[in-house]
Design a protein around this ligand. Sequence first.
Ligand code: PLP
Length: 381
Amino acid sequence: MLYLDYAATTKPAEKVVDAMVSAMREFPGNPSSLHAEGRKANKRYNRAKKHIADLLGANRENILFTSSGTEAINFVIKGTHARHPDKTILVSTIEHTATKKAAEYLEDKGTSIRRIGCDKDGYLRIDELEKALRETDVSLLSLIYANNEIGTVQDARKIAAMCHAHDVKLHLDMVQSPLHEKIDLKGLGCDYASFSAHKFFGPRGVGFLYAKTKDDLDPLIHGGKQEDGLRAGTENLPGIVGTEVALAEAAKHVEKREEKIGILAGDLLSALAESSITWRLNGPPLDKPRLKNILNIGLKDLDADDVAFRLDKEGIGISEGSACSSGIIEESHVLRAIGVDDDHIGGSVRISFSHEQTKEDMERLVHALEKIVGNVGKKKP
Ligand code: PLP
């Protein structure tokens, strides 16, 4: 299959699988146990945590392992709210469902949530943010740094400075970032950041939260003393080792891979421009700050589910809108928030690739699209 859904998940790298299998064999002990087997596992766990922190420009104490990016996001939003129940939480209008739903959940229970809009390319409206920070007593801005549907990358440094001027903490959802930039968390200036290993050729079921300080974070899961007593549960050591190896590989190859991805993005847009298809790029152009491996293409008057279904029959896997909402036919709130029009929103598909693809793969996709476009159903009213 020509897999073009890397934003949904990536296949664990061979090195990652090998490291995880070895970790299962070599470190069967519980890192909390005081005997030799436990101490050995604990040493490996600490080494992995330190290495992950080093790779991100952070300290060992800043990293809290979770079971997913979704959990890391819930951790910071609910953990902050528990400490500051009377304050407002800010989110953008183009968040991943993890943030969107966590905010809606709190809002249903009476918490003040304020949503900050974005421009047509998905960049946060700085004037709206400034107004909200001035008018409201805010505890946290939770912001998707690199958007999983349209690729927009936000100006984190500027936004962090604005938040800090008002004594507000900034959480960045960086789940889509590690394959695409060398991350320096201290340099970015955020207070929290969420990650998920399966988005960077690591295992599923492992995520982590970076927390500059933990003073403002309520425990998420109660039980043992793991993760500094904030997130109890015996550590997933094989998964953590797999995450460490995957992140190290991502950091090592990021520049070279990103260069190739940039070329492939250009190849795909050129092939589409030369085709007979009527389309628009949803999200920023390639020369603006963005992930170049996520291209959201609005196919005029078509039905995205039908397009994805027919491409699947041709052996090509893409996603309609956001993969997390696949299976449920639901209009993308992200595309709506950036003002994608009725003619294109129902026919919008997300093509997400990696350095592993070729120019020929991009051409194959466009040829397949041209072939099926005539047969595809029209967008449902
Ligand atoms: N945030 C973003 C931007 C994502 O793309 C995803 C996954 O699609 C998540 C959060 C959730 O991560 P996980 O799948 O690890 O729960």
